[in-house]
Design a protein around this ligand. Structure first.
Ligand code: PCP
Length: 394
């Protein structure tokens, strides 16, 4: 018996998490024997930032595998700006087939890619803000627990160094990361909690003492460093009511640790962090960031699916660009270019570099014909593009 208000994998596969109007559309089309071949594209209307990371493809493909359709897509993890330089929306995915074969899946496909891309995009932005510091995904506690692995998978893919959920870490084949909660300090007292952590928890786990529970961060950071000889770091999760200027607190703690010879003790910060405050905390000396709700509750990327061709004829609702399209990418500057299907492949309009087809056929008549990279390769791909963005100053 199902306990929680969540759908089972099987419910999703059966289309039970779709909007009812798609089910009714399917019913009408079947009863009227409408069997029309369509080309349907997925484009984002309004990216909330300068770029987005396209993510969630593999989940969408798991849903569509076995259906009588073809699926085309750009590479998962691609950073794109929403439109090409001519303002044409970049179709990140396209489905070709009899519409009735995938009518009911529009909603769950969008759910996968909109939320996954939102989290991966936020993680990528946090990665830029955190520079070479460690970022950990700490946001699962404010989302439905069934989503913990999904959230952490895409947080890691977008650039986080680790994730706090046990199930999320299992999916990305890593050890879960974390420090110690306030409850441990409240139950044992600071000194006893730090020492007990050191005594009981595996030596592979970094010794990072939580130092904001009761007293001043500076005093407590020094105390922790004096008590635990193998201390790797201190975590400041100072409540907002006591923060004043968080960066100034971090700077002072860094200074006081340094002058006592504890230069190797890293400062981790957490609690209500988002990309805006991270640079000043980094400048103050923070080298580890536990980012929670701003990541798990990231704005979604608002892709929509639209039929743009029916039986080979352009056909799109207003506001959308009709007709099948090609997506090319410049080998040199990585700019994405959208072409009409009859257009000849040309050089990059930005740098003149050679372009290549960037639309990959993933499913053919429902059969998977594409090998997905593993999570570390996907993450590496995102990080390489971020590095290029950094170098180009974008
Ligand atoms: C939790 C964690 C981070 C918080 C969550 C990240 O808070 O340690 O600080 O979430 P946020 O970015 O949404 O604020 P704590 O206050 O440390 O929780 P606990 O009292 O359990 O240690």
């Amino acid at each position: 018996m199902k306990v929680f208000f969540t759908a089972k994998d099987d419910d999703i596969k059966k289309g039970l998490t779709t909007d009812i109007y798609f089910k009714r559309t399917e019913e009408i089309l079947l009863k009227k024997n409408v069997s029309k071949n369509v080309w349907a594209e997925f484009t984002a209307s309004d990216i909330p930032y300068e770029f987005a990371v396209f993510a969630g493809l593999e989940e969408a493909v798991k849903l569509l595998e076995g259906k009588e359709i073809d699926l085309w897509s750009i590479k998962e993890g691609t950073i794109f700006k929403g439109t090409d330089l001519n303002g044409i929306p970049i179709p990140v995915m396209a489905i070709e087939g009899n519409y009735v074969n995938f009518t009911i899946y529009e909603t769950p496909i969008l759910g996968f890619i909109c939320q996954a891309s939102g989290i991966a995009t936020k993680a990528a932005r946090l990665r830029i803000a955190c520079k070479d510091a460690i970022i950990l995904s700490f946001g699962i506690r404010r989302m439905h627990p069934a989503l913990a692995p999904f959230i952490d998978y895409f947080a890691y893919m977008g650039g986080c160094d680790g994730v706090s959920s046990i199930k999320g870490a299992e999916i990305i084949k890593k050890e879960p990361k974390g420090t110690m909660p306030h409850s441990l300090i409240v139950l044992l007292g600071e000194e006893n909690a730090w020492k007990s952590f050191d005594e009981i928890i595996s030596q592979d786990v970094p010794r990072i003492a939580l130092i904001d529970t009761y007293e001043d961060e500076k005093v407590t950071a020094i105390k922790a460093a004096e008590i635990l000889k193998n201390l790797d770091g201190v975590r400041l999760d100072t409540p907002s009511s006591r923060r004043g200027n968080f960066a100034k607190i971090v700077r002072e703690v860094r200074w006081e640790l340094d002058i006592r010879g504890y230069r190797n003790v890293k400062i981790f910060v957490s609690g209500g962090l988002d990309e805006e405050i991270i640079p000043e905390l980094y400048s103050a000396g923070a080298r580890g960031f536990g980012v929670g709700t701003s990541l798990s509750n990231a704005k979604t990327i608002d892709y929509a699916m639209d039929i743009v061709e029916v039986e080979g004829k352009p056909c799109a609702k207003k506001g959308k660009f009709g007709g099948k399209k090609k997506v090319l990418r410049c080998k040199n500057c990585l700019e994405l270019v959208v072409l009409k299907k009859e257009d000849k492949i040309s050089n990059c309009p930005v740098c003149g570099g050679e372009t290549e087809n960037f639309y990959f056929k993933i499913l053919e008549k429902g059969k998977l014909i594409y090998k997905f990279p593993d999570i570390d390769e996907k993450r590496k791909y995102v990080l390489e593009q971020l590095e290029r963005l950094r170098e180009s100053g974008n």
